[in-house]
Ligand binder design. Sequence first.
Ligand code: NAD
Length: 310
Amino acid sequence: MSSSDGKLRYDGRVAVVTGAGAGLGREYALLLAERGAKVVVNDLGGTHSGEGASQRAADIVVEEIRKAGGEAVADYNSVIEGAKVIETAVNAFGRVDILVNNAGILRDRSLVKTSEQDWNLVNDVHLKGSFKCTQAAFAHMKKQNYGRIIMTSSNSGIYGNFGQANYSAAKMGLVGLANTVAIEGARNNILCNVIVPTAASRMTEGILPDILFNELKPKLIAPVVAYLCHESCEDNGSYIESAAGWATKVHTVRGQGAVLRPTLDEPVTIEYVKDVWSKVTDMSKAKHLGAIAEASGTLLEVLEKLKAGG
Ligand code: NAD
């Protein structure tokens, strides 16, 4: 939907933005509401490491939206209670069209010092929370044959980052979750994409260098997420990195690989693996695979080759 001045609109759409009481989520909620969406501002309101709770964070953003003439309600549940978060949307507005899984916390420790509690809480909020909210929203989206879902990943997951084993694992887990949600939702026009943001927020204060911190305004990423949530955006299963008024698609790629034995009858030996290792790791002809069937397809080709004698 767009207005006569060409602006993309979300009238009639109901958006749930988790962790929308601050940082990136707040900007997503403000922008979607400004463009006509009815917004559920979810936020538990705890500390950045997941302690405590407060209604204040969500209430302030709801107030901001209403003052600007928009429609919003607050939801104070933890995303781990995803069904309750989505129930707030359905009770207040009767449906849910857009879900931005954004809520997050940090408990940074080196691998050796990561306690089971730090591991569990970070994975629960990011990964399980996104799963629970998505599962609950998906049921409604399926009935209405429409939905737009965003998962929030991180460069810490994609590239790793010292002291963030729990967070990196959760953030890469979200990429896997998005891959499958994108496949399961496609036939019902439920599209799922991943945002990989870098922005100044309480989460990155003291981590990002000052010169970067001041330029990485969360507001600059909101239009990218809003576009991914619009009915005119047909991307599905994309990972979009964005920061500082810049965005790019990120892909996984696979090399051509190497056959590890001369014929089907021969074993794979460590020595043979060593001999062809430079071919195994050669990425000069790497390409992106669009689906798991393409990966299996190559395996069939390899077997055919081996059957034919290498
Ligand atoms: P932020 O701390 O400003 O905002 C996160 C919000 O989530 C907070 O308001 C917090 O109260 C809320 N929250 C935490 N646990 C919750 C729970 N269980 N239920 C509901 N709400 C909860 O951080 P941010 O930088 O705006 O981060 C937003 C998202 O972007 C996070 O998922 C984060 O991991 C991700 N991310 C941020 C950056 C960055 O550079 N800021 C980089 C990569 C990924």
